[in-house]
Design a protein around this ligand. Structure first.
Ligand SMILES: Cc1cc2nc3c(=O)[nH]c(=O)nc-3n(C[C@H](O)[C@H](O)[C@H](O)COP(=O)(O)OP(=O)(O)OC[C@H]3O[C@@H](n4cnc5c(N)ncnc54)[C@H](O)[C@@H]3O)c2cc1C
Length: 348
């Protein structure tokens, strides 16, 4: 199957923004800031555009504009209340086909990772998935940077012939969104009725439930205490949680604690998990596999506890503690608790 079109007809950068009814997903904001950087780099003239699908969307465009959107296309329809792949892809296919953006970006979230390939297939174009960076080359083509071989190699992915060029980007990897002057952004309401009449999809989303995040969310924490397989046993895992709680931080993990059922999937840090940039990262019993290091390498101060002095995590650590986690964690916790009690005594 081929599609006849002129590459030259496609202009500008779109970000498909994600919202949960209360908040815009932070990766959409990060992407808008990145889109402004790409626009400047490529000396593009078209406004950076956010596309927002759902219902009751009035409160979101200003937030998108603050992060860099110069135009917002609002697609508000009851059929779009909950994300569903087929319906969203149909609407976006029609919208992209009509307006022809050169670049379409989404967060590599559960929804974005589901939607991007479907939309890419419908538009007969390529999608670079789970990118960690993006730039424009001298020809103005998007260069999407994607880790390969467990993060040991960074590959440049281009889609030079087909349009639009699509990419999904991992949450947190681009850094925090900037704040732009946003008084004069354009807003447009798009009626998706014609696309929706073509929706013969068999799947209907009836609701969305979110697993409540316990404690401080990883992405927002200044302190992250991450436990690995060397934190060993469920009882010791509670020591990791106690330390995080005493420091007012969030608990992170590597893959094995997830597999063991000690930690939850939203706590995993790394190529298949989250990217974090806390001021302080404390890794307990973590070997330092590239899959994990990819997600924490931008942390401020890195403290690692490992009983193996040759553990690779020490190569990316500022403070190395060669010790058995089961011995040292209770001592650190006791000392922190004692400090707390002393403070209370002083105040009393
Ligand atoms: C496609 C793919 C994607 C992946 N994505 C991710 C990802 O996103 N995030 C991720 O984390 N992993 C990911 N992994 C898994 C990753 O490759 C590693 O296997 C994992 O990170 C190792 O976890 P770990 O360091 O906790 O365990 P191990 O590698 O088993 O290391 C345990 C460490 O603890 C130390 N230790 C043991 N006992 C003690 C003790 N009592 N006190 C102190 N130290 C001790 C050991 O010396 C060792 O260094 C992925 C793998 C694949 C194939």
């Amino acid at each position: 199957m081929t599609q006849s079109y002129q590459r030259e007809d496609y202009h500008g950068i779109w970000v498909i923004a994600e919202q949960d009814g209360d908040r815009v997903n932070h990766v959409s904001l990060e992407l808008l800031t990145k889109a402004r950087e790409l626009k400047e780099q490529g000396k593009l003239t078209e406004p950076v555009t956010a596309v927002l699908l759902g219902t009751n969307l009035a409160k979101f465009p200003a937030k998108l504009a603050e992060a860099g959107a110069e135009a917002v296309i609002v697609v508000d329809h009851s059929a779009l209340r909950y994300f569903q792949n087929e319906t969203y892809a149909l609407v976006l296919k029609e919208l992209v086909g009509a307006r022809k953006p050169a670049i379409v970006l989404m967060g590599a979230t559960a929804a974005g990772s589901d939607l991007a390939p479907t939309l890419g297939a419908k538009l007969w174009t390529g999608v670079a998935a789970h990118c960690v960076d993006m730039k424009l080359n001298d020809e103005g083509n998007l260069v999407a940077v994607v880790p390969a071989f467990g993060g040991k190699v960074l590959g440049d992915i281009l889609c030079p012939e087909l349009r639009p060029q699509m990419a999904t980007v991992r949450p947190g990897i681009l850094g925090k969104a900037l704040c732009f002057p946003h008084e004069n952004y354009q807003i447009e309401h798009y009626d998706p009725s014609s696309a929706l009449t073509k929706d013969k999809g068999l799947v209907r989303a009836l609701g969305i439930s979110y697993e409540p995040v316990q404690g401080v969310p990883l992405e927002e924490a200044d302190v992250v205490v991450a436990g690995g397989f060397g934190a060993a046993t469920e009882e010791n895992w509670q020591l990791v949680e106690t330390l995080a709680s005493l420091l007012g931080g969030a608990v992170g993990c590597t893959r094995p604690p997830l597999d063991e059922g000690w930690a939850r999937d939203y706590q995993m840090i790394g190529t298949s998990g989250k990217s974090v940039r806390p001021k302080v990262y404390i890794g307990v019993g973590i070997s330092g596999a590239t899959h994990h290091v990819c997600g924490m390498k931008d942390a401020g101060l890195v403290i690692s506890i490992n009983k193996d002095e040759k553990a690779p995590i020490f190569e990316v650590s500022d403070i190395r503690v060669i010790a058995d986690a089961a011995t040292i964690l209770p001592l650190v916790i006791e000392s922190l608790q004692k400090n707390d009690e002393d403070e209370v005594c002083k105040l009393a």
